[in-house]
Write a new protein. Sequence first.
Length: 214
Amino acid sequence: MSSRIVVLISGGGTNLQAIIDACKTEGYPGKVVGVISNIPTAYGLTRAKEANIETSILSHKDFDSREAYDLSLIKVVEQYNADVIVLAGFMRILTPPFVQSFQGKLLNIHPSLLPKYQGLNTHQRAIDAGDSEHGVSVHYVTEELDGGPVILQAKVPIFPEDNADDLASRIHEQEHRIYPLVVKWCCLQRVVMQGDNVLFDGELIPTSGYASEE
């Protein structure tokens, strides 16, 4: 029986598309059953409709506070009875009640090698710091922004001539590779959040995430 995946988006949905494509492959243990956006014009909604996936729009502009929005968002997510909840370019800082409601099955992807460069403008910050490598992290979501335990990271080199767009393009390739993989692991319950740690097949993994990629 396939695990039920819900994806939250705000924009173009390229990571959503990568997950949709992965779900079509033979033996993939999950299915995207719903896509939720806070932006009514997000192109990711079109991607979902083209794949015959149910969509929901909950505009944050209709709410007076972040707390009120998230309480309504909880209800929308719960309607899908999801096993795995994926943030894929969902440009909202989530409140503690939302995170607590779905703790342990809420995933995010962040364009840096966490804990470095939490927040925005990660590519330029890595270049400005003179780093030789950059990357992307898939992690469980906790109440700390970009602070949840890391499941898997992918690294890319930074070349002297790189600008932020060059680095973003390189990072996106890795995002589309590792996010569907981690979602697969979660569907199979191979990875489990335990406090501030992640267990992979019952074994504690390093704080930088699983060391090798399948």
